[in-house]
Each structure stands twice: as C-alpha cells, then as structure tokens.
Design a protein around this ligand. Sequence first.
Ligand code: ZN
Length: 389
Amino acid sequence: MTLKGIKLRIYPNEFQIQHIEMNFGCVRKVWNLMLSMQKDRYENNPDCKFVSNFDMNILLPLLKKEYPYLKQVESTSLQCVNKDLSEAFKKFFEEHTGYPRFKSRKYSRQSYQSKYVNHNIKQINDSYIKLPKLGEMKFKCGRDIPEVIKSVTIRRSPAGKYYAMLTVEDENQAFDKTQAQVGLDMGVADLIITSDAIKFPTIRFDKLLAKKKLNWERKLARRRSLAVKDRAKTKKIGLIEPRPLEDYKNVQKAKRMVAKYSEKVASQRRDYIHKITTKLVQDYDVITIEDLKSSNMLKNHNLARVIANQSWRMIRTMLEYKCEWYGKKLVVVNPFKTSQYCAECGYDDGKHELNIRQWICPNCNSNNDRDINASKNILKKGLEQALVK
Ligand SMILES: [Zn+2]
C-alpha cells in the first residue's frame, strides 16, 4: 500500500491561528532541544550511541514537565519531530548529507505533522474538516477526501496562507481488473440500479434522525421566541440594553443541536455513498452513468427528489476521482431516450410515465423492469462512446 498526499487550503479562525502558531513553536522547541542533546552527547563522548527515535519519545514526558506549554499542543506532532530528526541523522550518517540544523522562528515556512488517532482527522461536510486539537475548520479542495487519512501536516506558506497536507492511502494497485462493465441508472426509491440488476436502496438518513432533530427545532423556536419577548420587556423598562440574542445560552444550545443533527445526516449519507462507489469501482472496470442536467433537477422541489439530486452529484464526484485513482474508466452519456428503448432489441416504445415500473416490449416480448432496462441502455451507450473515443 502506497501513500499519497492531498493538499487543502484551510481557513483557520483567530483562535485556531493562535493554536497553529503555538504548535509551530513547540515542534521547533522539541527539535532544537533534541538536536542539542544529540550534539552534546556526541561532543562529550564520541563513542556513545545516537539516541533513537524510540528513546527520544521516552524523553518527551520529561520535557513536558520542564516546559509545561508543550502539553497544550498535539502530542503526536512532538513524536513526529523525533521521527524527522532521527531520519535527518540517518541521512547524515548513511548518505553524508548535511548535519541537521537548528530551526528558527524566522523561517518563512513553518509546519507540524499530526498522526491520525481516534477520528481526530475527519471530513465533516463539503466545506469543513476536523483537525487534531483545532476542531472544525473551513477548507477548500478540488476533490473529495477519502475516508482513511493517515496523518496531516499543517503548514504556513511564506505568503502567510495556511494549508493542510493529508496523507491518504493510495490503493491504486489494490483493485484488480475485473473485465466487467456496468451501467448505472439513478433513481429516487432506489438510489442506484445497475445493468446487472443490483439495486442500492435510498436510505432516508434524515428520516431516521427526524424525531430528534424536530424536537430540537421546536425547542429552538420556543426558546428563540421567549428570548425575543424577554428582550422586548427589557427594552420597555429602558434601564439597561437588552442582551443580544447570542447571549441566550439555551437558544445557542438548541441552535447547535439542530446543526449537529443536520451534519449527522449529511455524514451518514456521505459514508453510505462512499461504500457504494468504492464497491462499484472495485467490481467493474468500466462504469457508465447518465449526464444529469442540473436544469432538469432544479425544477423539482419534492424533498425526496432534492435529496436524490444531491446524492447523484456526490456519486458522480466520487466515481470520477475513484475511477482515476483505481485505474478504472468512467463514461458519462447523454440520457436521451434511455428509458424508452428496449434494451433487448432496441425498439423505441415511446415515453414511459414515471409510474410505469415495468413494461413488455411489443417487438420482442421481453418483460422490462424500467430501471434495469434503462441502466442496460446506459451501459450500451457508454460502451459505444468508449469505442468511438
Ligand atoms: Zn424489445
């Protein structure tokens, strides 16, 4: 299994910037302390052994006692310093590169690395990621982030911009070629229907958590209206300025809980789609999907439909990058008439209304499941298109 890096631009808030800068300082401190210890030892007794990465880690708790502020930062980031330092020494001994140098705060480039432990690195939604000790942070990245993250390096560029470099597993070689091809039809009741007649159901994660969320939404409405009344009363008396709404702790808590359940729904849906898309990319070499026009999608305001649209977009994005990673091929075809041709004989049976789930082809008598038939047509189009290219 090889590893690869994904670079994210991150947008820390003021508190997070402070913490990041403090962490830069702490890893510098540990690096310089360990380096000077190694240097002193060698100068005092050139025969004594180099202190290993492991032994330097044992020294860390002692350093934390002496410099208590080291306790405030990501502990794995301090272990990573020891690893880097022992690697720098190894290079020096074996490849005769330069002797490791002390680090200065004046370097325009600063960084520290943290390891993944207990879900401390996790994508929250399209624009937020959870980072060790920093909590949730806004980010931008051109692609989706895989589930398995090994470590993160937080870096400040000379221009003062902040980045997070994620190390993720690159499973490029892990998926064997299967010589199999598939067409996918995307639906509402079933999220995906394949040309091999496999149906991946739509799971309404929002409904599973709806009761709890609704409960908090009601609380939020009630608490907010009480707070508004309370403020109006204070204003009327006129002796003091009414508290701003942000100061009503119970309102803020209800707000947070509503947000928490929305996020939970989104993250469950994302995990589910990750599982499906990984399985598809694992099982098939060529995957064909329809190019769904966003203008068509916008017309419908039915909630199930809206959720399906979001899921389809997510499926497409994930398939795009997973196919690229795993060396598979994604073909996107025009959805024109895919639900009216008979996949068996090619007969055009005209438009089938959405409620027609099954139809018998008047030409070849085959009994066509609407969705499976469509996915077979999608696959056919995809294979033709792949040949032309
Ligand atoms: Zn037919």
